[in-house]
Design a protein around this ligand. Structure first.
Ligand code: DNO
Length: 397
């Protein structure tokens, strides 16, 4: 029988309240991390990479995936200095390859990484989840950011609902909403000010989805041939949420986008992070079908489930519940592994991580990064590995 998925856990580095030792008790064998202290665009030195790698190794774990080497805004906006940032990106990849770390996740979301409006949404059982509430984002866009075009983009009904939502918030709640949306890169506690954010938005004037796709293709054509030579596999993370927000285009949201991306620079080095939580927030993304069709390009799996609501809102559900059929997804993943095994590919143990988790039980005693609790993710991982094993023994024993 072919090998199991590689069970990984994201770790934000030495400042993460979830320790490496705790992670090793979850059953995960590998770590997903990044040098979060290095600003986007700067080169990761071999020294720094090795230091981090040794720390992970000394806990009996392996650093198998980098999430993420972030792409500098100059590349996303095609600024005149983009060549220089592509060169630095390649230099970082070279150093990672020298340390034998070869799977590298990144994203191409303008300005903001993933966006949630509520990072403490309480479920009936008292667990805390992450939520994207569409009226809250609209309220922020229309009445806090006061972006003019937003008044043309939202329907009258959406504007009324957004206003009602905003009027129901007290000043502290309003501040929290701003902080949640303006939170900077994962693994940092940085929050953009409204002024800084407006400055970023201006740089995207005139950049629509078609242009952003061209900028992404330019990046791929610059970096992928180099990555291929080094044996590095890049894997793009989809947009979260998978739609344009705050006037910013997004181009990694649906199957067609993923195909365009692959075709922009066809290579084993040009792959996907298949995030079922991000892609699953769109009703028109057929996740098992996408795995069947695009599976060979998947180098990394984020397994998570969202519960979609009619107005575009969603919250993060238990890993096996929510709007996506995790059983069907896992079945498609196993079929992809089987195809790889049959065709002689060696990358069968695709790294997967339980993406996000509720805050549960002892998690409330720690100030963990939103979504990155210990017990909640342990529960997710345990359920997912059980599902994997059950399907595998039934279908492929
Ligand atoms: C959130 C994550 C994202 C992801 C990046 C990948 O939990 O899935 O922040 O790491 O977008 O570059």
């Amino acid at each position: 029988m072919f090998s199991n998925l590689e069970q990984t856990f994201r770790w934000y580095g030495p400042s993460d309240p979830v320790s490496l030792q705790a992670i090793s008790q979850t059953g995960a064998t590998s770590i997903v991390t990044a040098l979060h202290h290095v600003p986007a665009g700067e080169v990761w030195t071999i020294d720094e990479i090795e230091k981090r790698k040794n720390l992970i190794r000394s806990a009996g774990l392996r650093w198998s995936v980098v999430e993420s080497v972030n792409v500098h805004e100059s590349i996303k906006t095609a600024s005149p200095d983009r060549e220089q940032y592509a060169e630095k990106y390649i230099a970082t990849l070279k150093n990672l390859a020298a340390s034998d770390i070869r799977i590298v996740c990144y994203n191409f979301m303008p300005v903001l990484d993933w966006t949630r409006t509520d990072i403490d949404f309480r479920l009936n059982n008292g667990a805390s989840a992450l939520r994207f509430h569409a009226p809250a984002l609209a309220a922020f866009d229309l009445f806090i950011l006061e972006r003019e075009a937003a008044f043309l983009e939202f329907s009258n009904e959406q504007q009324v609902l957004a206003k009602a939502y905003l009027d129901g918030l007290n000043p502290d709640e309003k501040k929290l909403l701003i902080n949640n949306i303006m939170a900077g890169l994962p693994g940092t506690k940085d929050v953009l000010t409204l002024e800084q954010f407006k400055g970023h938005l201006e740089k995207y004037t005139g950049i629509d989805a078609a242009q952003l796709k061209k900028n992404l293709a330019w990046f791929l054509q610059a970096v992928i041939p180099e990555a291929e030579k080094m044996g590095i596999r890049l894997c793009i993370h989809p947009d979260d949420p998978p739609c344009p927000i705050l006037g910013l285009p997004r181009v990694v949201s649906k199957e067609e986008d993923l195909l365009d991306l692959i075709n922009a620079s066809p290579s084993i080095a040009n792959g996907l992070t298949f995030c079922t939580g991000s892609l699953g927030a769109r009703r028109d993304n057929d996740l098992p079908g996408m795995i069947d069709r695009l599976g060979k390009h998947i180098h990394f799996l984020h397994l998570r489930n969202v519960k979609r609501e009619a107005d575009g809102s969603f919250y993060e559900d238990n890993h096996l519940e929510g709007s996506s059929d995790m059983y069907a997804i896992m079945k498609s993943i196993l079929a992809e592994q089987k195809r790889r095994a049959d065709s002689g590919r060696t990358d069968i143990a695709i790294p997967m991580r339980p993406d996000h988790g509720h805050k549960l039980l002892d998690d409330f005693n720690y100030d963990t990064f939103p979504g990155y609790s210990a017990v909640g993710r342990l529960k997710g991982l345990a359920e997912l590995r059980g599902l994997e094993l059950g399907i595998k023994k039934t279908l492929y024993a």
